[in-house]
Design a protein around this ligand. Structure first.
Ligand code: NDP
Length: 251
């Protein structure tokens, strides 16, 4: 059994915390939003497909005492103004923000750089890097007021070692790793910032990247939730600037 299953989050681990999850409508983001709410957090669900966010909202309301806020937003069009609006909405609703899970991501085409379409390159960098930067920058004043804020960026194996035909996706994840290092250095010890590579996980994105693979052979998003909870919660206080891999970590 992987080490991640040895971490036992206690009930109420995230009580009184407000956590923003991007890409919360599907896959790993959906599982994280549900897990954070189950462990007591008020979650802000950001994603581009409102219907999926509403379904996650309903699940959380049915299963927990919390009531999430739904923020339909396509990060392809993220702007400073939109982030300012979100900042005021979170301040108005909760008057605090204790964590961000940057999870939303575009895979983009699987093409060699020689053929990589320029518009796709820009779109992938916009969603995976620029939007995460803008959100972090714009919401930082709220995070800095929190007693133990945690910002988690989602990386990938190809964000640590580049591989042919992973194009902008791989490069964007390298950029995310760089952003984590810069932010962790700037924000210590007040806000902790880490990167997390979920590894091969049974989701729509994985199926798009590896259509020939049998999804039944892969771990589910839910399998990774101990690590997602650990890094967002108080048990990881003081841990910053680190790279985590689901399936091979020790609390
Ligand atoms: P999914 O494609 O299953 O889910 C991604 C979510 O992000 C979806 O809800 C999607 O919305 C949302 N999203 C995508 N683009 C935007 C956008 N422009 N604006 C707002 N929301 C958007 O992906 P995974 O759950 O597999 O991936 C989650 C994270 O984990 C990503 O960062 C990915 O790179 C990383 N990862 C995943 C691996 C895997 O094997 N699954 C392996 C390594 C890393 P919608 O539902 O509307 O499509």
């Amino acid at each position: 059994m992987p080490a991640e299953h040895d971490y036992q989050p206690r009930p109420g681990l995230l009580d009184d915390r407000v956590i923003l999850v991007t890409g919360a409508g599907d896959g790993i983001g959906r599982a994280a939003a549900l897990a954070y709410a189950e462990y007591g957090a008020d979650v802000v669900l950001l994603g581009r497909t409102e219907k999926k966010l509403d379904a996650v909202f309903d699940e959380i309301v049915a299963a927990t005492k919390t009531r999430p806020v739904v923020v339909p937003a396509d990060l392809l069009h993220a702007s400073e103004d939109a982030v300012t609006t979100l900042y005021h909405a979170i301040r108005r609703e909760y008057a605090r923000l204790d964590g961000i899970l940057h999870n939303a991501s575009l895979l983009g085409p699987r093409e060699p750089i020689a053929d990589y379409p320029v518009q796709d390159w820009q779109d992938v960098m916009q969603v995976n890097v620029n939007a995460a930067f803008m959100l972090t920058r714009g919401l930082l004043p709220l995070l800095e007021e929190a007693p133990d804020a945690s910002v988690l960026f989602t990386s990938s194996g190809v964000g640590r070692r580049g591989r042919a035909n992973w194009g902008a996706y791989a490069v964007s994840k390298f950029a995310v790793e760089g952003l984590v290092e810069v932010l962790a250095d700037e924000l210590a010890p007040d806000v902790r910032v880490n990167s997390l590579n979920p590894g091969a996980t049974r989701t729509a994105m994985r199926a798009a990247a590896y259509p020939e693979e049998d999804p039944a052979t892969l771990p589910s998003a839910e399998d990774h939730m101990p690590l997602y909870l650990y890094l967002m919660g108080p048990d990881a206080k003081g841990i910053s600037g680190r790279r985590f891999d689901a399936g091979s970590w020790m609390p």
